[in-house]
Design a protein around this ligand. Structure first.
Ligand code: GDP
Length: 610
C-alpha cells in the first residue's frame, strides 16, 4: 500500500499506535519517535497550513494534529507526569498525605519577597538573631537555606520555618519546577519608598501560587515613612488591610532596629491559622523539597531539604532529583547534629552521591537500590533531553535554515552550589540583545567541570562556565584539544557582562553611513580623455579619491553609488581635497552632471552595538 501523501509529501504512516511525547516537544522529537525525517514533518505541517520549524517547541494541538494526519495517537505528557509514571513503576506516590487521622499540625513555611533594598535580607537576619531559643548556645549560626524560629501565640510556643533566600527569583525558579516550597509569603515594602515594580511582581507570584500574604511595612524608623500610604496603594492589588475591612495583615516593623518582629511572626501564625490547614503525617517515610545544594570540600554533596511529610531519619535511603544516597548525617541551622526531622523542618543532609538542584523533590525509599534506580532513570531522561536539544542545533535540514538564520550561543553552567547556578541561569536568560541571537543553557550542575561536560560541549557553539569551580581531571586537556572554551568566574555580574558581550559579538555587524564630504558643482567640462569633469568647491569635510559618492540636484538624489574615480587640483592628481578648496572630480563614466549639483561622499562604518 502506498504511503499517504499531503501536497506530494510522503507521510510516515502509523497503525494507530500511541506515542508519548513530552510537553513542548518539537517536530524533531516527534520524528525521532517514529523514525522519520524531521524535514518531512515540517513539510506535512506546512501543507496543513502551519508554518513550524523542526526544532521549535510546538503546542499540544499541533502535535495531535500531526499525529492524526499520520495515524498515530499522540499523548502529550508533562515532565511531572513522566516522573510520576516513573515513581509509580516503583509503587511510590509522591505527595500522598497518608491517613487523615494521622495528620498533625506542622509549622508554616514562609518566603520573604519584595522590591530590592526594601529590607528582605535585613529582616531575615533580624529574625534569625532575635530568636535564640532557650538552652541554645550560639543561636542560628549556619546559613543552610532555611531556618526555624519559635514564637509564642496565645500562650503556646510555635515554630515558623523561614526560607533564607530573599527574593522571588528563587521562589519562582522552584515553582517553575513544580515544587511547592512555601505556605505564606511575606511581602516587604519599605515605608519610605512605597510600592515598587518588584513589589507588584512579588504579589503576582504569591497570588499565582495561591499563597496567603502578610505585608511587612518596613523601615518605619525612617523619617518620612508613610505606612498608611502603603495600605492605600496595596488595595489596588487586592491586599486590603484588616483596618480597612479586608483580611490582609499589615505589620509595621523596622528590620534595622528590630521593632515589632514578634508582631510579624504572630501575624504569620494568625494568617496561617485563618487561611490554611497545615497538617502532615509525621509517621510516614519522608518526602519534601530540596532548597539548596552544594559541593563541600570535606563532606561531599550537601543538600538542604525541607521535610514536607513524614519524618526524615539518619540512615534513610533517599533520592533527591537525580541524586541518591543514604542519610549519613543531618545538621540543623544551629550547626547541631539531628537524628530526626519532622514536617516543615529544614535540615542539611550529608550522604548523597551527587548534588540535587534547588526545587528537586526528595523522597525516602525502602532500599538504596531503589533510590539509585530512580536517580539513574531521571539522569538518563535528563541526558536524553539534553542530547535532543543539542541535536536540534545541528540538524538543519528544515525549512527554518533556509528562511531565517538564528545564531545560538549554548552554555553549560557549573557552579559551587545550586542556588548560584540557578540565579546565574535566570539572569542570563533575561539577557536580550535582539532576535538574531539566542542563548540556551544546555546543561547545568553543581561541582567541577568534568570530561562529560566537555564532551557535551564538543561540536557545538558551547561555552562552559565555571562559577567558583574549576575543571577537574582531564577536562582541561580535553577542552584544549577539542577547542572548547571554558571561562571561570567568581562574580555573577561579571559573568553576565561577559556573556552579554559574547552575544553581541555574535550579532552580524550593523553599518551606518558616515558623511565624509560635500562639494558643489560650479562648472562642467567635457574632456575627450577624462569624460565629464565637474569643477567643484568643497563645502564641507573632505573629498577623497575612491570614496563612494552620490549626486544630488535640488536636494534630490539623482544617482547613488558613484565612484570618485579621479580627483585633481589644477593639473595634479590628488588623494584628497579639503573644505574651501576647488577641485576637478570625475564620477566614473557618469556624465549627467549640471552646475549647482552637489556631490556627497560617504563611507559605511560598522556601528558599535548599544
Ligand atoms: P533587600 O534588597 O530587600 O534584601 O534589602 P536589604 O535587607 O539589603 O536592605 C537594604 C538597605 O536598607 C540596607 O542598607 C539595610 O540596612 C536598610 N534597611 C533594612 N531595613 C531597614 C529598616 O527597618 N530601617 C532602616 N532605616 N533601614 C533598613
Amino acid at each position: 500500500m502506498a504511503a499517504p501523501s499531503v501536497g506530494g509529501v510522503r507521510l510516515p504512516k502509523g497503525n494507530g499506535e500511541t506515542i508519548r511525547l513530552p510537553r513542548g516537544a518539537s517536530l524533531t522529537d516527534f520524528a525521532e519517535k517514529i523514525n522519520a525525517n524531521p524535514a518531512s514533518l515540517v513539510q506535512v505541517l506546512f501543507h496543513l497550513g502551519e508554518m513550524v520549524t523542526a526544532t521549535a517547541s510546538v503546542s499540544d494541538e499541533v502535535l495531535e494534529l500531526l499525529g492524526q494526519e499520520m495515524n498515530y495517537r499522540v499523548q502529550v505528557v508533562s515532565p511531572e507526569e513522566e516522573d510520576r509514571a516513573l515513581l509509580e513503576s516503583f509503587d511510590i506516590e509522591f505527595g500522598d498525605p497518608g491517613d487523615e487521622d494521622a495528620l498533625a499540625a506542622r509549622p508554616p513555611v514562609v518566603t520573604v519577597m519584595g522590591h530590592v533594598d526594601h529590607g528582605k535580607t535585613r529582616l531575615l537576619d533580624t529574625v534569625r538573631k532575635a530568636n535564640v531559643r532557650e538552652g541554645e548556645s550560639g543561636g542560628i549560626t549556619q546559613h543552610i537555606g532555611a531556618y526555624q524560629v519559635s514564637t509564642e501565640l496565645e500562650g503556646v510556643e510555635r515554630l515558623i520555618t523561614m526560607i533564607d533566600t530573599p527574593g522571588h527569583e528563587a521562589f519562582t525558579a522552584m515553582r517553575a519546577r513544580g515544587a511547592k516550597s512555601t505556605d505564606i509569603a511575606v511581602i516587604v515594602v519599605a515605608a519610605d519608598d512605597g510600592v515598587m515594580p518588584q513589589t507588584v511582581e512579588s504579589i503576582n507570584h504569591a497570588q499565582a501560587a495561591d499563597l496567603p500574604i502578610v505585608v511587612a511595612v518596613n523601615k518605619i524608623d525612617v523619617e518620612g515613612a508613610n505606612p498608611d500610604k502603603i495600605r492605600q496603594q496595596l488595595t489596588e492589588y487586592n491586599l486590603v488591610a484588616e483596618e480597612y475591612g479586608g483580611d490582609t495583615m499589615f505589620v509595621e516593623i523596622s528590620a534595622k532596629q528590630g521593632t515589632n518582629i514578634e508582631g510579624l511572626l504572630e501575624a504569620i501564625l494568625l494568617t496561617a491559622d485563618a487561611a490554611l490547614d497545615l497538617r502532615a503525617n509525621p509517621d510516614m517515610e519522608a518526602q519534601g523539597v530540596t532548597i539548596e545544594g552544594h559541593l563541600d570540600r570535606g563532606r561531599g554533596p550537601v543538600a538542604t531539604v525541607l521535610v514536607q511529610r513524614g519524618t526524615l531519619k539518619v540512615g534513610d535511603s533517599v533520592v533527591a532529583g537525580d541524586a541518591s544516597g543514604r542519610v549519613r548525617r543531618m545538621i540543623d541551622e544551629h550547626g547541631e547534629d539531628v537524628t530526626e526531622a519532622l514536617p516543615s523542618r529544614p535540615v542539611q543532609v550529608i550522604g548523597l552521591t551527587s548534588v540535587p538542584g534547588a526545587g528537586d523533590t526528595f523522597l525516602v525509599v525502602d532500599e538504596d537500590r531503589v533510590a539509585r534506580q530512580i536517580a539513574d532513570r531521571r539522569r538518563a531522561r535528563e541526558r536524553n533531553a539534553e542530547l535532543a536539544s543539542r541535536r536540534k542545533r545541528v540538524s538543519l535540514e528544515d525549512l527554518d535554515a533556509a528562511l531565517k538564520e538564528t545564531n545560538t550561543l549554548n552554555l553549560i553552567i557549573k557552579g559551587d552550589n545550586s542556588g548560584t547556578v540557578e540565579a546565574l541561569e535566570e539572569s542570563l536568560m533575561k539577557l536580550d540583545v535582539g532576535d538574531e541571537v539566542d542563548l540556551r543553557v544546555i546543561h547545568r550542575g553543581v561541582g567541577g567541570i568534568t570530561e562529560g561536560d566537555i564532551n557535551l560541549a564538543i561540536a557545538d557553539n558551547v561555552i562552559v562556565m565555571g562559577f567558583n569551580v574549576r575543571a577537574e581531571g582531564k577536562a582541561t586537556e580535553l577542552a584544549t584539544r577539542e577547542g572548547v572554551e571554558i571561562r571561570y568566574y567568581s562574580v555573577i555580574y561579571q559573568a553576565i557582562e561577559e556573556i552579554e558581550a559574547a552575544l553581541k559579538g555574535m550579532l552580524k555587524p550593523e553599518y551606518e553611513e558616515v558623511e565624509l564630504g560635500r562639494a558643489e558643482v560650479r562648472e562642467v567640462f567635457k574632456s575627450s580623455k577624462f569624460g565629464t569633469i565637474a569643477g567643484c568647491l568643497v563645502m564641507g569635510g573632505e573629498i577623497r579619491r575612491n570614496a563612494r559618492a552620490r549626486l544630488l540636484r535640488d536636494s534630490t538624489v539623482i544617482h547613488e553609488n558613484l565612484p570618485i574615480s579621479s580627483l585633481r587640483r589644477f593639473k595634479d592628481d590628488v588623494v584628497e581635497v579639503r573644505e574651501g578648496y576647488e577641485c576637478g572630480i570625475t564620477l566614473g563614466s557618469y556624465s549627467d552632471i549640471k552646475v549647482d549639483d552637489v556631490i556627497e561622499t560617504f563611507e559605511m562604518r560598522e556601528k558599535p552595538r548599544a
